[in-house]
Design a protein around this ligand. Structure first.
Ligand SMILES: [Zn+2]
Length: 176
């Protein structure tokens, strides 16, 4: 397993924590790097020591949280110092919740988009129903319409006087 940058965090200056790089021992409060070493051990380092120890051999995007160090609460700071494993577990849980929320938001967004699309489709269909039939549409059902008029009313549908009846049947056939 490669070493992995888990989180970059920040604490108030008076709460600075000790950099765990060998021979360093400096207090760090800004851009504190929490690293999972290849052997599974956790380490907490200032950014200088982080650079010195890992250089380009590590992915510099932290696994949890953003690249900007989040300021820790007093409670979190205590956890970071006293129980780094637990601190990271909490950080991971928080990260998971954030991911889930983002997923949920995406899902809701997709539902809204789907509903909007369906609504637009219905409106378009409604519009198509309302506009008068085109000559092509009329021609496509005219024969049938005339046959219906002849059958229903016993009149000659080709006579000019019955054009209205024919058109009424045309509309019915077109679903208008
Ligand atoms: Zn250091």
């Amino acid at each position: 397993m490669k070493s992995q940058l888990l989180a970059v965090v920040e604490v108030d200056k008076i709460d600075r924590v000790v950099c765990q790089a060998q021979g360093c021992g400096h207090g760090v409060y800004r851009r504190i790097h929490v690293v999972r070493h290849h052997d599974g051990r956790l380490g907490v380092y200032g950014s200088d020591c982080f650079d010195r120890l890992f250089g380009d051999s590590i992915d510099r995007t932290p696994r949890y949280g953003g690249g900007e160090g989040r300021l820790l609460t007093a409670e979190e700071r205590l956890m970071l110092v006293e129980n780094t494993e637990r601190f990271i577990a909490e950080f991971e849980a928080e990260h998971k919740v954030l991911l889930e929320q983002a997923g949920l938001r995406r899902e809701q967004q997709e539902q809204v988009e789907l509903a909007t699309r369906e609504c637009n489709d219905r409106l378009r269909a409604e519009e198509a129903r309302r506009r008068p039939p085109t000559p092509g549409e009329i021609a496509s059902v005219e024969r049938e319409a005339k046959a219906i008029v002849r059958r229903k009313f016993g009149v000659d549908p080709d006579a000019a006087g019955w054009r209205g009846l024919v058109m009424a049947e045309v509309r019915k056939l077109l679903g208008r």
